[in-house]
Write a protein that binds this ligand. Structure first.
Ligand code: ADP
Ligand code: MG
Length: 557
């Protein structure tokens, strides 16, 4: 009666499996980290659901993860008493990839093993990493709160199909058994497994048990990790390595974070935050929904993922944990929407992150360059979104400039101001659709000639920066394509005379042009801003910039 059916993997899963087996070979031990991470997530979810439905505990609130191995059978088993999965959930979560950014991920694969391994890691290796070391995986699970008869057994060799079967499972939760490949015997070793667990999963706040190795003490188990939430420990006790592993656990990222901050707030409100800046932008940075953000905990109990109220949108790339001692345990998304404590935590966390970035920019400019390359365009949204931190944000901005050789955005407004010419009182910028277009603009000729720096605004969002950021450090920002630019201060008498001469000589020409062009233009005038081009188009001081006009039109506005 236990009907068994065979189903095919989603095409992307097959492709991912193939890739993974080939490119993760040199990192194969991470399968254990991934399975333990899933077990820990599953227990977190149970703990949260049980707050409102205590029957889910099934009289077992002793949360734990177990890892064991069997030399004869050549298996490793990872077992948890977490939330478990129903039949449909198994099909949905284990047979398909339902993650935002999946398409972009497959598109960005190159065929180069090293590069792809990184991409896969960044995408999240997850459950399928089991197949790097196993040629068969059996997963038995039961959703908490369902009868023992509703257990589900999933089994696959990772080649394209899996089988599903209904089984009896007295305990809730999930058990994953890996049948190791011929050449993976190294993992059938208690010391090796313990060392992998300590390396990657020490920070998991749940106890991870293994049977003791001593033959005399058969049947006894011992805890092999530290089993306390990393962020609750004091900074001096936590190694850089542990911080990094914790990041990989919560972010599902494969590579190290760029930096992090760990801070305990005491006083009117008590909370701890451990926040990370990733080393690279995720695939889904530009999609509306993206699923791993800042996790909210209340007194060590996991409450929710990606609590968007904890971070402003322009810091959506930040990963980490905020653990509050004051929020109610039954806090819901609705409560979060308008909670004073949340608002305070968010504004504080935002300030801390901006401070961290500012420190990085001053003390580790190369690191900041990486940061800016990956996240600069997102951070710029802050200028529009977060008026209260505008001054700090303005200092963090980087632009390309006529003073740099490449399109790298590495000039800050502060640097610009420091380099301003004697008597210069404005910050000049040019808006263009691309760096190449900007660089070759005739509008820059006169500035080049006078040795005045012009910042190049070449990201679409710069149009909005322009309208929001009117000045910096008391200096007005001035577009070189708008209105009249008065550089007479930088012109000597002889030049002035020549200009006046040119202007009077051109009088007739100007009149003719005005007649010919008629309504097509507002005005025609001689200019001193060109040195080699005969003419250029400009808008008046309050007109819409031509490249913004094109951008708006492209967006149907
Ligand atoms: P991720 O953890 O990034 O979501 P995984 O591939 O590791 O990706 O896991 C896919 C999904 O399978 C999880 O999101 C979860 O829904 C489900 N899952 C995996 N392992 C377990 C487990 N031990 N208990 C319950 N659900 C699990
Ligand atoms: Mg996972």
């Amino acid at each position: 009666e236990a009907q068994k059916e065979t189903l095919g993997f989603q095409a992307e899963v097959k492709q991912l499996l193939d890739l993974m087996i080939h490119s993760l070979y040199s990192h194969k031990e991470i399968f254990l980290r991934e399975l333990i991470s899933n077990a820990s997530d599953a227990i977190d979810r149970l703990r949260f659901d049980a707050l409102s439905d205590p029957s889910l505990y099934e009289r077992d609130a002793d949360f734990k993860i177990r890892v064991s191995y069997d030399k004869e059978a050549r298996t490793i088993t990872i077992c948890d008493n977490g939330i478990g999965m129903s039949r449909n959930e198994v099909i949905e979560h284990i047979g398909t990839i339902a993650r935002s950014g999946t398409k972009e991920f497959f598109k960005s694969l190159t065929g180069d093993k090293q590069k792809d391994a990184n991409l896969i890691g960044q995408f999240g290796v997850g459950f399928y990493s089991s197949f790097v070391v196993a040629d068969k995986v059996t997963l038995t699970t039961r959703r908490a709160g369902t009868p023992a008869s509703e257990g589900v057994r999933w089994e696959s060799d990772g080649k394209g199909e899996y089988s599903l079967e209904t089984v009896e499972k007295p305990t809730r939760g999930t058990e994953v058994t890996l049948h190791l490949r011929e050449d993976e015997s190294e993992f059938l070793d208690g010391y090796r497994l313990r060392s992998i667990i300590r390396k990657y999963s020490d920070h998991i706040q749940l106890p991870i048990y293994m049977p003791v190795e001593d033959k005399e003490k058969q049947g006894e188990e011992e805890v092999v990790n530290k089993a306390s939430a990393l962020w609750t420990r004091s900074k001096s006790e936590i190694s850089d390595q542990e911080y990094k592993e914790f990041y990989k656990h919560i972010s599902h990222d494969f590579s190290d974070p760029l930096t992090y901050l760990h801070s305990k707030m005491e006083g009117t409100q008590e909370y701890t935050m451990l926040l990370y800046v990733p080393g690279q932008a995720p695939f889904d940075l530009w999609t509306r929904e993206h699923h791993h953000g800042v996790k909210l905990y209340v007194r060590r109990v996991f409450i929710m993922d990606d609590a968007e109220k904890l971070m402003p949108r322009y810091l959506r790339f930040i990963r980490g944990v905020i653990d509050s001692n004051d929020l109610p345990l039954n806090v819901s998304r609705e409560i979060l929407q308008q909670n004073r404590l949340i608002d305070l935590m968010r504004s504080n966390a935002t300030k801390k992150i901006l401070g961290l970035l500012n420190d990085m920019a001053t003390k580790e400019p190369e690191k900041y360059e990486t940061f800016w390359r990956e996240f600069g365009r997102v951070l710029k949204e802050g200028i529009i979104e977060d008026h209260s931190n505008r001054d700090t944000l303005a200092k963090l901005l980087r632009f390309s400039s006529t003073f740099s050789e490449s399109d790298k955005q590495d000039v800050s407004l502060e640097t610009y101001v420091k380099r301003m010419k004697e008597g210069q009182d404005k910050i000049y910028y040019l808006i263009a659709e691309s760096y190449t277009a900007a660089k070759s603009s005739p509008l820059l000729e006169i500035f080049k000639q006078k040795g005045i720096e012009v910042l190049l605004f070449t990201d679409p969002i710069d149009h909005f920066i322009e309208t929001e950021l009117r000045e910096f450090d008391g200096k007005q920002l001035q577009s070189v394509s708008k209105g009249e630019i008065d550089l007479s201060k930088f012109t000597d008498e002889k030049e002035k005379e020549e200009q006046q001469k040119t202007a009077s000589e051109a009088k007739d020409l100007i009149e003719r042009l005005k007649t010919v062009l008629g309504d097509k233009v507002k005005d025609v005038r001689t200019t001193n801003r060109l040195t080699s081009s005969p003419a250029c188009l400009v808008v008046d001081q309050y007109g819409i910039d031509p490249s913004l006009k094109r951008l708006l039109e492209a967006n149907g506005q």
